[in-house]
Design a protein around this ligand. Structure first.
Ligand code: ADQ
Length: 586
């Protein structure tokens, strides 16, 4: 872990040698054969892949009309995650991407319909931007999406804020996206909707596109228990909306089962087949699948190998961290679901119990502010910052702070350097749909000796839990004990654990996830075409569960997580009763 030379011996997952060492297929290459999507692909997401902004330097240096001076406009391109992974797929299918145009200059470079060819300079698909008013953004995005669905799906029922008009705006914005899809959809198109911002759109899309068009969606956050879901305003409409899909994906089996539970309980007339994991409703059938999302592991591996010690030293200088110390790392959005206060409490307990670590251990927490317009996020940020200050006052000395806290957004290179150098990575969400940070850390641990401390409340735990150090973030003593185990772990054990983790992360990487999603889409698409465009009964072949599901089901840790996750989310909700009452409707 203490590397001084980027060419230290490597740890590669043996069965993915070519890809793990970064010299195999790139994400773009692997998709450029165009075989991935069976028809013309239409992606729908809240965030867009390319954003146009006015160049602030050009702006400062002169007046003039910005809307006509396109030379002062810059474009942000995707640098990682799902957007970067999907971009080449849409390019290969010469498809369409429909997203909220949130860049200042977005509509000055697009045509009257908000359409622009991308990528810039190599236009191969159409990005259609939806222009949303401030009120629409406040209600649809900061309102129903992030004041209702986000807390509800994570089991924080007491944080749900059901403001008047938010649901209606959510419906209106979903309609606008669905209308845009209808403009582009053709009989062989595949529409792939991303995430919880579009709980109503699939049924609207279904009703306005040709019968043979396939509609699919991936829900990136957890699905709640029925006890939590009953508090969802417009809950029935959301279920009906999602069942407009031919295919609906979640990260893990637990969310699939909960979704089916909610349908059975709150949608009379829906016919749930637990074995096939299908729901027949409203004249169509939806297949529900679990495909845990992975990260672009080869690129994280490659970036980590490219980090040199000078780069890392300047990062340590910036944050005033001693190079000699044992380093713990946390990388999160500043979100109440991520368990940052619980992590700080465990670090405090570790320091109480182990005076010998004072001056020797530094925890670097990077927390990127997000959704700061929402009070719950502001309160959470204040709590995290005050806890850091308190703990540092309690234990810090003139030349050592136990917790180095920053809200800086870090570049991919900086993150890779930190991941590679960190002796332990702490991922402690109370609940998290999947969690990509844990997987990025493993992919970047090219020296094979870091230790992953992982919450049982993450979807990623189903895949990685057996070889990470498992924690319940609410159990301060148990959490602190696992931190102690991490900092004192014998190198041999650490290497063994990390080797297995790396195999799992590389086997179930972003490319695998994308291929599995498109395998399902192809299957559903073929069924529909065979049935003459009807939303048939679903294929009777068994789903390919893939590496994630296998890893989860073969460990006791995976099984106990399900129970713990369920009980925790129940107990957090102040008014959750497990009743048969249908969700309230708006
Ligand atoms: P998120 O809640 O955003 O994602 P996560 O999966 O951990 O959570 O992804 C966060 C991403 O932001 C990572 O790629 C990470 O590298 C990056 N990031 C965080 N802090 C950063 C910083 N300071 N600087 C630079 N980058 C930073 C939602 C769901 C998850 C699910 C994903 C994908 O909540 O459960 O895993 O979508 O489906």
């Amino acid at each position: 872990m203490r590397f001084t030379d980027a060419r230290l011996p490597s740890t590669h997952p043996s069965n993915r040698q070519l890809r793990a060492d970064g010299y195999g297929r790139s994400t773009a290459d692997s998709r450029s054969d165009g075989s991935v999507c069976p028809g013309s692909l239409i992606v729908v997401s809240n965030r867009q892949p390319y954003r146009h902004e006015y160049d602030s330097e050009a702006e400062d240096s002169g007046g003039g009309d910005r809307s006509t001076d396109t030379s002062s406009i810059t474009v942000d391109e995707p640098t990682g995650g799902l957007t970067a992974g999907l971009d080449p797929v849409v390019q290969a299918s010469e498809g369409t991407w429909i997203a909220w145009g949130d860049g200042e200059a977005d509509f000055d470079v697009a045509d009257d319909d908000g359409c622009i060819g991308v990528p810039p300079g190599d236009e191969s698909y159409t990005l259609q931007r939806i222009d949303l008013s401030e009120e629409a953004v406040d209600s649809y995005y900061y309102g129903f999406s992030n004041r209702v669905l986000w807390p509800l799906c994570h089991g924080f029922v007491d944080l749900v804020e059901n403001r008047s008009n938010d649901f209606e705006w959510y419906r209106t914005v979903n309609e606008r996206f669905a209308d845009a899809v209808a403009e582009h959809a053709e009989p062989d198109s595949v529409v792939w909707v991303q995430d919880y911002h579009f709980g109503l759109a699939p049924r609207m899309i279904r009703e306005s596109v040709p019968r043979s068009t396939t509609v699919a969606q991936f829900w990136h956050i957890p699905w709640p228990t029925p006890a939590s879901f009953q508090h969802c305003p417009g809950g029935r409409a959301i279920l009906e909306g999602l069942l407009g899909n031919d295919l609906l994906g979640f990260h893990i089996d637990r969310y699939v089962e909960r979704f089916l539970d909610c349908v059975e309980r709150y949608l009379p007339g829906a016919d749930v087949d637990r074995t096939q994991r299908t729901v027949a409703y409203g004249g169509g059938t939806t297949r529900i699948v679990a495909t845990p999302m992975g990260v672009d592991a080869p690129t994280h591996d490659e970036n980590a190998r490219a980090v040199d010690s000078d780069q890392l030293s300047s990062l340590f200088d910036r944050y005033d961290i001693s190079r000699e110390n044992v380093i713990g790392l946390g990388v999160d959005r500043l979100d109440y679901s991520k368990g940052i206060p619980e992590r700080l409490a465990a670090i405090e307990r570790l320091l109480e119990r182990n005076p010998g670590w004072h001056g020797e251990f530094t925890f670097l927490q990077t927390a990127t502010p997000s959704r700061t317009d929402i009070d719950a996020y502001q309160r959470h940020g204040d709590l995290v910052r005050s806890e850091v200050t308190r703990i540092n006052r309690r234990f810090g000395t003139d030349d050592w702070e136990p917790i180095v806290y920053t809200e800086d957004y870090l570049s991919n290179e900086e993150l890779s350097g930190l991941y590679r150098r960190a002796d332990l990575m702490v991922v402690s969400p109370l609940v998290d749909g999947m969690n990509l940070v844990a997987q990025e850390y493993v992919a970047a641990s090219v020296d094979g000796d870091g230790v992953l401390v992982l919450s049982e409340g993450t979807g990623a735990h189903d895949r990685l839990g057996s070889h990470a150090l498992t924690i319940d973030p609410t159990d301060v003593d148990g959490f602190a004990s696992q931190l102690e185990a991490a900092v004192t772990m014998a190198p041999r054990e650490g290497q063994h654990r990390m080797n297995t983790l790396r195999n799992r992360v590389f086997d179930g990487d972003l490319e695998w996830w994308m291929e599995t999603q498109f395998d399902w889409i192809r299957r559903v698409h073929a069924d529909k075409r065979r049935d003459g465009g009807n939303r048939g009964s679903g294929s009777d072949s068994d789903p390919d569960r893939g590496p994630g599901s296998d890893a989860g089901s073969d460990t006791d840790a995976g099984r106990s997580t399900d129970r713990a996750g369920d009980s925790r989310s129940e107990s957090r909700s102040s008014s959750d009763g497990d009743t048969n009452e249908p969700p309230s409707t708006v």
